[in-house]
Structures are given as C-alpha cells and as structure tokens.
Design a protein around this ligand. Structure first.
Ligand code: ZN
Length: 129
C-alpha cells in the first residue's frame, strides 16, 4: 500500500473528517488538537495545522489518535451520559442505514433502529420539563 493510500484509509478508518485538495497532493483534515483545518501531504505524510501550529507525520498522527481514544474512553467512564449515548447510537445506526440503502440489510437495520428507539425510551428517564 502506498503512503498516499495508507494516509487516506487511516483518516477514513478513524472517522476524521477530511477532503482531498484539487491538486491531489494534500488532504485537509480536522486537526486532532484544535479541530480546525490541518493539511496532510499525501506522499510524505507530513502534516501541519496552521491554527495550532502542530506538525508531524502519519506516525505522530496515529499516536495522537490513540491517545485521544484512550482519553475518550476514560471520559465516557466518568461522565456516562445516557442521552448522549442514545444520540450517538442513533447517529451510527443512521449512518449504517444510509450506507445499506437498497441492500438486503436496510430492512433489518430499520427494524433494529425502531426496536432500539422503543427500548431506550423505556429505559432512559424522560427529562423533567
Ligand atoms: Zn490544530
């Protein structure tokens, strides 16, 4: 796998928002530090965020991603918010349903979505109004 392909599949796999620039040389992606636009050179994998001035290569990006993930898991443990989790489950399900449009999985996923929605309505206490 070329570095270019690897970089792109890395961004995809980690659900980092990105787009390839017109010249096909750079990918702009959401900086993992400041969440603004950073640029990744697809051949060299060197990247730079012009906002928070962080620089690195694909290896540092992978490490950064792992650290973030660990931090994220820790945060979930401490601040488990059922409503937020419900929204995230819905979000990921919707994404799956969109991807499965027209395939054999679409109906099953819609069924699961309805069932999960009902179940969560039963389980999660209503917000006091
Ligand atoms: Zn940044």
């Amino acid at each position: 796998m070329s570095l270019k392909k690897f970089s792109i599949s890395f961004l995809k796999e980690h659900e980092i928002r990105y787009f390839i620039n017109n010249n096909n040389e750079y990918a702009s992606f959401e900086c993992l530090i400041c969440y603004k636009k950073a640029n990744l050179h697809l051949e060299t994998t060197k990247w730079e965020c012009s906002y928070c001035k962080t620089v690195g290569d694909i290896e540092s990006l992978i490490k950064l991603c792992e650290t973030k993930l660990k931090q994220h898991e820790r945060t979930i443990e401490i601040f488990y918010n059922p409503r937020k989790e419900k929204n995230e489950v819905n979000y990921h399900l919707k994404k799956l349903i969109l991807k499965s449009k027209g395939t054999e999985f679409e109906k099953e996923l819609l069924k699961i979505q309805n069932k999960i929605e009902r179940l969560l309505e039963e389980l999660i206490p209503k917000r006091a109004t």
